[in-house]
Design a protein around this ligand. Structure first.
Ligand SMILES: [Zn+2]
Length: 346
């Protein structure tokens, strides 16, 4: 056999073994391999090694020479054709199996993972009501000075009301956990120029014994309006609208005179009990009404101490015990359930 022809057959053999036969043992390479191009280079195209060899065979001088080359090359060629067939089938199966696999990177469908705490829901509802009516949502510190918690609110030192509240002091006698959100009202009145219209949702702290209706910390929702010509009429209308927004149109409020040192006159506001519709039940302690909040016209002295001219401006303020609002709205009968770890509130 001529040397040149032997060289081409060797080339065919090497290429087949290195680039085709090796794929039988390597699935990863097989998936990436371009079998069609390899097949063209090795077997099919007119310029392929196989075609070159076939043409050379046909130019051999004698039948014996042709047979010799054929016997050397044909088994190799047949093996190559069969290997390509095997590889093509295997590749198809690999790709099919891959498409059937789960894609673990796909995001799962959305699931309900929880709800906002009832108190947060009520705060947001009230915020949206008051924002709509032109109020700003204001915040203040939970650790407060006696100055803002008492003095500026018409509660001088040794005033009996400062004692009533059973405050929790951080450092006596001046630094304490705020006992009401009125402290933020004092800050706002001191720092802002009228007209003022704001609400303050926030946590307050008192030295209370834990019971069904009392807790050592609780939420208040404070409202403050100061402008020229503000009267009780504005206060009543605001509270009525806010409660109807929160509890429904059939909500009934009752206003009665009540003493609060920081306002004059002061009004206690009761809502007809939603549990018993005014008949009397456990929640309203048989009274048919629930005390919801304290309110009133901001005291002359409070305005003055906060640097607002009480001859020019008047204003109202209210402070809701937010937990009661939440308990009424969600029919929760025990305040402890709002702050426990459980998710069942009834
Ligand atoms: Zn009731």
């Amino acid at each position: 056999m001529e040397k040149a022809l032997q060289g081409v057959i060797l080339q065919f053999k090497e290429m087949y073994e290195d680039r085709v036969k090796s794929l039988l043992k390597d699935d990863h390479a097989l998936k990436a391999a371009d079998l069609e191009t390899l097949k063209m280079q090795l077997l099919k195209a007119p310029s392929s090694l196989s075609s070159v060899i076939s043409r050379q065979i046909s130019t051999q001088q004698t039948m014996a020479a042709m047979r010799e080359v054929g016997e050397a090359f044909n088994p190799l060629r047949t093996e190559a054709i069969e290997t390509f067939e095997l590889l093509e089938n295997k590749k198809r199966l690999l790709i099919e199996a891959e498409n059937e696999m789960y894609d673990l990177t796909l995001p799962l469908p959305a699931q309900d993972s929880g709800y906002l705490h009832p108190t947060t829901q009520v705060i947001r509802e009230l915020n949206s009501f008051f924002r709509y009516h032109g109020y700003s949502v204001y915040e203040g510190p939970e650790i407060e000075t006696a100055e803002y918690n008492f003095r500026k609110l018409n509660l001088p030192e040794n005033h009996p009301a400062t004692d009533q509240q059973e405050s929790l002091f951080i450092m006596q006698p001046d630094i304490l956990l705020r006992t009401h959100t009125s402290s933020v009202e004092a800050r706002a009145l001191t720092n802002l120029e009228p007209p003022i219209r704001l609400v303050v949702p926030g946590k307050c702290f008192r030295n209370e014994t834990l019971s069904k209706t009392n807790s050592s910390f609780f939420y208040q929702y404070q409202g403050v309006v100061v402008d020229k010509g503000i009267t009780l009429k504005h206060l009543k209308a605001t509270l009525e609208q806010a409660h109807k927004f929160l509890f429904g149109e059939d909500t009934v409020l009752r206003f009665r005179y009540k003493y609060y040192p920081e306002v004059s006159p002061g009004m206690g506001v009761d809502m007809k009990c939603k549990f018993c519709d005014g008949v009397g039940c456990d929640v309203c302690k048989g009274r048919g009404w629930l005390e919801m909040l304290g309110s009133g016209m901001i005291h002359y002295n409070t305005l003055k101490m906060c640097g607002i001219d009480p001859e020019e401006y008047t204003g109202f303020a209210f402070g809701m015990g937010l937990d009661r609002q939440v308990m009424q709205k969600f029919a929760v009968s025990d305040i402890r359930k709002l702050y426990g770890g459980g998710v069942v509130y009834q």
